[in-house]
Design a protein around this ligand. Structure first.
Ligand SMILES: [Zn+2]
Length: 410
C-alpha cells in the first residue's frame, strides 16, 4: 500500500509555473496533432515534422538530444535529462507516427486541424499518441523543475510503431537505452496500468504441389486440400493450446487465426495450381513457448502435406513474445501509487491485447516495460479520435510523480 508519509512522491511546483506547464503540454499535443505524421511516401508525409517539433522543445529545456535516421525521413528522437547523481534510469516512450485519417467525410472536424472543442482535443493521433508524447515530455520537465533527483530520465519519441516497429528495434540495437532500468510506454489504455501484453507471431505457410490440367487431376498434386487440412489443423491446435494454457486473467485466450488463404486464379478455373499459401496471425499469452509452438505447427503441416504428396514450408515473418512485467516491479508500482495520488482511486491493472514498442524493448533488452497513457483504448484509429485536455494534464502530473518515486525510492 501507499506510504502516505513518503516525501518522494511529491512533485511541488509554484502555482504560476504549474499553470504555465499545463498550458504548454496541451499546446504541444495540439501542435503535434497538426503534424501529419502518417508514413505515406506517395503523399510525401512522414514523421519528420513531429520529430522536429519535439526535438526543438526538448533542446530548449537544455536536454541532450540525439536524432537518428532509422530510414530516410524517419528520425528517432531520444533525449536524456542532465544527471546530478548516480541512480536508476527511467525511460518514457511514445511513437510519432499515426495511422491514416481514413475517409475524412466521416470526421466532424478536420483530422489534422488539432481543434479543441469543449474539453476535447480532436484529430488523428490525438490519443494514439500525440497526447502521450506531450505528457511524457512535460512530465519529465515538471520533475526537473521541482528539484534535483538521482539518476536520469530518457524520453524516446520513435518512428514506425504502426508499421514494423523499426524505430523501437533501431533504438534497442543502438545502445541508446543501455542502463535503462524501467520503461513507461505512454500508449492510450483508458486509465489502466498494463504490465502485460499479448505476444504475436506472423506465420506464412507455403505449400508446393504439382500443376496439372483440371481434366487430369490425377497427374498433378493440388495444394488446396493440403491448405484446407492445415486450416482445420489450426482449429484443433488452438483448442488444445487454449486448454493447456488456460485463460490469462487480463489477456484472455491465445488464438491461432488464419488470415489469408491463396492458391490458383479464378481466370484459370481449369488449372490445378502448383502452389498456395496460408498466413496465420498467432496471439499468445505469457507462458507460451513461441519456438515450440512454431516447431509443432511446422511438423504438423509437413506431415499433412506429405500425406498428399506435397511439400510445406512454414516461415516466421515476425515474432513478438508476450510481456509479463511483475506487478511489484518498481516501474509498475510507481505508476500505481502516482495514479492513486492524482485521482484518489486505485487504478485497474489491465493487459494490452496487441503489441506495443514496449514488446520490442522487453524482447531485445529484457527491460521491464509497462503501458499507461492518456486516451481511451477503443478510440485509436477511429474517426473523430480525441483525448480530453484534462487527461493530458493529469498524465503529465502522474508521470512526474511516478518518475520521482522510481528514481528516489530505495
Ligand atoms: Zn499507438
Amino acid at each position: 500500500m501507499l506510504d502516505a508519509g513518503a516525501t518522494h512522491d511529491v512533485v511541488v511546483l509554484e502555482k504560476e509555473l504549474e499553470e504555465a506547464l499545463e498550458k504548454e503540454v496541451v499546446d504541444l499535443a495540439q501542435e503535434l496533432v497538426r503534424c501529419r505524421s502518417v508514413y505515406d511516401p506517395e503523399r510525401g508525409t512522414d514523421e519528420r515534422s513531429a520529430a522536429r517539433l519535439v526535438e526543438a522543445r526538448m533542446r530548449s529545456f537544455g536536454w541532450s538530444v540525439e536524432v537518428t535516421e532509422v530510414a530516410p525521413g524517419r528520425p528517432n528522437v531520444i533525449a536524456t535529462l542532465p544527471v546530478h547523481a548516480a541512480g536508476r534510469t527511467l525511460a518514457f516512450e511514445g511513437h510519432l507516427d499515426v495511422v491514416t485519417s481514413g475517409d475524412e467525410a466521416l470526421w466532424s472536424v478536420s483530422p489534422f486541424s488539432g481543434e479543441i472543442v469543449g474539453d476535447r482535443l480532436y484529430g488523428r493521433g490525438a490519443a494514439d499518441m500525440k497526447a502521450g508524447v506531450a505528457a511524457m515530455i512535460y512530465g519529465a520537465r515538471a520533475l526537473e523543475l521541482a528539484g534535483p533527483f538521482p539518476g536520469t530520465v530518457k524520453i524516446c519519441a520513435l518512428v514506425d510503431e504502426e508499421g514494423t516497429m523499426a524505430g523501437a528495434k533501431h533504438a534497442a540495437a543502438s545502445g541508446a537505452l543501455d542502463g535503462v532500468t524501467g520503461m513507461i510506454v505512454c500508449e492510450p489504455e483508458g486509465d489502466e496500468i498494463c504490465p502485460s501484453s499479448k505476444g504475436a507471431i506472423r506465420l506464412r505457410l507455403e505449400v508446393t504441389g504439382r500443376m496439372s490440367h483440371g481434366a487430369m487431376p490425377e497427374l498433378g498434386c493440388s495444394p488446396l486440400p493440403v491448405l484446407a487440412a492445415c486450416v482445420e489443423h489450426l482449429r484443433r491446435a488452438q483448442a488444445r493450446l487454449q486448454e493447456t494454457h488456460g485463460t490469462h486473467p487480463r489477456l484472455g485466450d491465445l488464438y491461432l487465426t488464419p488470415t489469408t488463404l491463396a492458391a490458383g486464379s479464378d481466370r484459370q478455373m481449369n488449372v490445378i495450381p502448383a502452389s498456395g499459401s496460408l498466413c496465420i496471425d498467432v496471439r499468445t499469452i505469457p507462458g507460451v513457448d513461441h519456438r515450440a509452438l512454431v516447431d509443432e505447427l511446422a511438423s504438423a503441416f509437413s506431415e499433412i502435406a506429405r500425406r498428399e504428396g506435397a511439400q510445406a514450408a512454414l516461415g516466421v515473418i515476425d515474432d513478438r513474445p508476450p510481456v509479463d512485467t511483475p506487478e511489484d516491479d518498481p516501474v509498475v508500482r510507481c505508476l500505481v501509487d502516482a495514479h492513486e495520488l492524482e485521482t484518489g482511486s486505485r487504478p485497474t491493472i489491465g493487459g494490452v491485447p496487441g503489441t506495443t514498442d514496449g514488446t520490442i524493448f522487453t524482447r531485445d533488452l529484457q527491460l521491464p516495460t509497462v503501458v499507461y497513457g492518456p486516451g481511451d483504448k477503443w478510440i485509436a484509429h477511429q474517426a473523430d479520435e480525441f483525448v480530453t485536455v484534462g487527461e493530458i494534464v493529469r498524465y503529465a502530473r502522474t508521470y512526474a510523480r511516478a518518475a520521482r518515486q522510481f528514481l528516489t525510492e530505495r
